[in-house]
Design a protein around this ligand. Structure first.
Ligand code: UGA
Length: 471
């Protein structure tokens, strides 16, 4: 089947496999560019002509550091191009990566598999020669086996096609780095020929020492989902401990530093605060709950439910902290919100805790003004009724309380003295526990963290009374 990749008998250098990448969102666009960077000829396919047009012109329709440069470089080398024509892309490729989205279904916790099914069916029908279909999307366990049957049923007679699974672990904001230098490569359900083709694809990371694991099809699907479930559990664990810290007058950040020094625990993903959001962790733990329920694995259902509940409660907690800081009601209070994206270095506002809190306060009658360095536009499209500012100062004018909801560097580096002159009351709720509270309190601010207590103003600057707030 993989004769087109190896021509050792003839003694000529083996031609490199050519690739199609179906779906050009965060995952697909990054994967396509990364494969071109690794030296392969790649064609990215999307059903959205506007996306294809933008990418073909070297414009990335979302914010992802480093991606635009990488795409521009390989449009120029000629190794990368984009099209809406799946049949043509499949005809010129040997390996077909499926990178389409698997969002949460409306009205259910289950994953919506329509896009992944239609991508595999489309590739199958378009196959003109042997090839490998490589699923990268995050799917409920058991999906790949069904897709394998679909591929077998739809592939033209005489064409040998194999479906394997190669889950992706990239983080938004670090997508390029994670794709070029992954922590591990997991290949599920591959025949020896397909496994060796994948070793060739990932030769560069493997040479850097990246572990290459060949596992069963179902294990590969579950590795991805379990990794996200574990990360989500870590975050909800520390947020539960943060509640305890508040009740017991302890400091959750110092506690996380201390327990994180234990190699078995590790410090990463132990930042207490507003909790997780985005297009991955929330929908992945819900899809896992749903699938585990179908399979009768009820402990997983219970655990993930608890993780989800703790996470969502953090948003409510911050809303209540804002209410309390404004004396019990936010009606007509001016609230300056720093951050709309679900995390820094992205303009993604899907299930963003920041936007959720901003909207909840707006619905309670507050005059909320939001600033985000990258996500202003996407946030405005999602919540057109919120006010958006062009800079930190604009968002904070006359604010009764300020909420730091996404820990962008420019917020952490902002000058608390200058900002103190803009607001009405120097109170900031640091919902990510990332501010230098001593620096802010020295400038007359009350800093309220989640599980880190309240840091009161050290001294009021001349002419401005220090404000003691009820918390
Ligand atoms: C996540 C995983 O980290 C990736 O490995 C995975 O490939 C990706 O989902 C996916 O399934 O595609 P991502 O959604 O980009 O990546 O975001 P993360 O960096 O994991 O952050 C998720 C959320 O957790 C953010 O809202 C962040 O603010 C929050 N978080 C993170 C915390 O609240 N505390 C922490 O200590 C760490």
């Amino acid at each position: 089947m993989f004769g087109m990749m190896r021509d050792e008998a003839a003694g000529s250098p083996a031609p490199r496999p050519r690739m199609s990448v179906i779906g050009t969102g965060y995952l697909g666009a990054t994967h396509a560019a990364a494969m071109a960077e690794l030296g392969f000829d790649v064609v990215g396919v999307d059903t959205d002509p506007a996306k294809v047009e933008a990418l073909s012109a070297g414009r990335v329709p979302f914010y992802e550091p480093g991606l635009e440069e990488l795409i521009a470089r390989h449009l120029a080398t000629g190794r990368l191009r984009f099209t809406t024509d799946l049949t043509e892309a499949v005809a010129v490729s040997d390996i077909h990566f499926v990178c389409v989205g698997t969002p949460q279904q409306t009205g259910s916790h289950a994953a919506d598999l329509r896009f992944v099914e239609s991508a595999v069916a489309g590739v199958a029908r378009a196959l003109s020669h042997d090839g490998v279909v490589v699923g990268k999307s995050t799917v409920p366990v058991g999906t790949a086996a069904r897709l394998r049957e679909l591929l077998g049923a739809l592939a033209p007679e005489g064409v040998a096609a194999e479906l394997i699974w190669n889950p992706e672990f990239l983080r938004e904001g670090k997508a390029v780095e994670d794709t070029l230098h992954p922590d591990r490569v997991v290949i599920g359900g591959a025949s020896p020929g397909a496994a060796s083709a994948m070793r060739e694809v990932y030769a560069a990371p493997i040479a850097e020492g990246t572990p290459f694991l060949t596992v069963g099809l179902e294990t590969a699907e579950l590795v991805k989902v379990s990794a996200n479930a574990f990360l989500a559990t870590k975050i909800s664990f520390i947020n539960a401990i943060a509640e305890l810290c508040t009740a017991a007058d302890a400091d959750v950040s110092t506690l996380a530093d201390a327990i994180g020094l234990d190699g078995r625990i590790g410090r990463r993903f132990l930042d207490a605060g507003l909790g997780f959001g985005g297009g991955c962790l929330p929908k992945d733990i819900r899809a896992l709950m749903h699938r585990a329920g179908e399979l009768g694995a009820l402990e997983v259902v219970g655990l993930m439910q608890q993780v989800d509940e703790i996470n969502m409660a953090q948003r409510q907690r911050v809303v209540e902290m804002a209410l309390s800081a404004c004396g019990g009601s936010v009606l007509n209070a001016r609230i300056g919100v720093l951050g709309a994206a679900f995390k820094p270095l992205t303009d993604d506002v899907r299930d963003s805790p920041a936007l959720n809190v901003a909207a909840a306060l707006h619905l309670r009658g507050a005059q909320v003004t939001v600033f985000d360095p990258a996500a202003g536009e996407t946030a405005h499209r999602t919540f057109p009724t919120l006010s958006f500012a062009d800079g930190i100062r604009d968002a904070l004018v006359d604010a009764h309380v300020v909420l730091l909801l996404t820990e962008w560097h420019e917020f952490l580096d902002a000058d608390p003295v200058a900002l103190g002159e803009t607001v009405r009351t120097r109170t900031i709720i640091d919902a990510r526990n990332k501010l230098d509270a001593a620096r802010w309190s020295a400038a007359g601010w009350t800093v309220i963290g989640l599980g880190t207590g309240v840091t009161r103003p050290v001294a009021a600057p001349l002419g401005v009374p220090a404000v003691e707030l009820l918390v």
